[in-house]
Design a protein around this ligand. Sequence first.
Ligand code: HSE
Length: 437
Amino acid sequence: MSRPTVGVALLGLGTVGQGVWKHLTAQRGDLEARLGVRLDIRGVAVRRRARARGVKVPSRLLTTDARRLVDDPRSGVIIELIGGVTVARTLVLRALRAGKTVITANKALLCEHGPEVLAAAKAGGGRLFLEGSVGGGIPIVKTLREGLVANRFDLIVGIVNGTSNYILTRMGEDGLSFDAALEEARRKGYAEADPSLDVDGVDAWHKAAILGFLAHGKWAPRSRALVEGIRKVSPADIGFARKFGYTLKHLAVVRRDLRAGWMSVGVYPALVPSGDILAKVSGVNNGITLRGDVVGVTTLAGPGAGADATASAVLGDLADALLEIRGGARPGADLHALAKAGRSVPMAPEEAIVSPFYLRLTLKDTHGVLAGIYRTFARHKVSIARVVQYEHPDTGTGTLTLSTYPGNERDMARVVAELARLRTVLEPPTLLRIFAP
Ligand code: HSE
């Protein structure tokens, strides 16, 4: 039987694009044989043709006209690896409206324009594959849509930004400075083109929103999510964590109260009990724990960033897309059905989001200071669990680090706001969450 030919266009030849090119060309024969198709690579869209790259693409395939490539009637599959929400958005919408299959690793686009992208797919009959957008090489999208589709998840918690995890690991285990660790992550191709997306929690937020959608059908609005990065983490926080059996990690947390119906999404640095499996996910790895009402607790871990890990996810999507085009099954939960089911899911009120907290305060070192601090906690009924205090006699200041028993976000925000107003509190307090499953 002759194999059908499928035209594939690649948009973008940055870190991930080069990884996809490298592995697609290396694995092409195997992929074609396994999937029973022939690939016709229609072209590779780039911003500039002449540029030093780690892969050699025949110049006849390179084009700066991405739109022409999308419009090419023989391009059935468009792999979008441009990133960002401007050019990429226009091209993805155009391809989907034309009924093409789009494979994307663009988490920003999905998070910020998810409903529009799905509407375009619905209107034009295009198909969307997004494995590369979350979890690097971990097949988390497939896991949610296929393997664990029978579950409802009251908790999804993960390390989803490889760069932040790399930095925290290098700071915590090797004593590197934040800047030196970030520079290493950039050199290794983990960081975004604008690394503030990584270290300020934005990339993790994009991924958390996608996980929230895949699990609950709801695109959480940014205005209702706590989005914090790792810039504020200091060696004092790492020291406190270590002393009391925690490891500092940057987490994405999606919770759902299966009775009340609400969902919450947050990304922030947190003290994770060192015995938790996520505390052991180090370096550029991602780890995602899912608590499902059927399967129980399941954790997936693996490389979360970098050209090769993401290429693996993108090529997995390509395999699924090709099977579908060949007339095979469409596996997994339907994204449109998910979106319909998630329409009525409310976001959690602040007082429903509960955890123990950690706080670091820089204080004037004088009598009565602690009494004022403790009074503030008492007024808002937040109970202190542990306190470690350091004096800095040369400067007349002190550092107070403490943890609390579980409290809610609203009460704790009030405590912090009030503490920040005290004359004895010299710098804005640093508040971190302590992860409790
Ligand atoms: N900059 C991202 C990260 C790349 O560090 O996780 C993978 O999405």
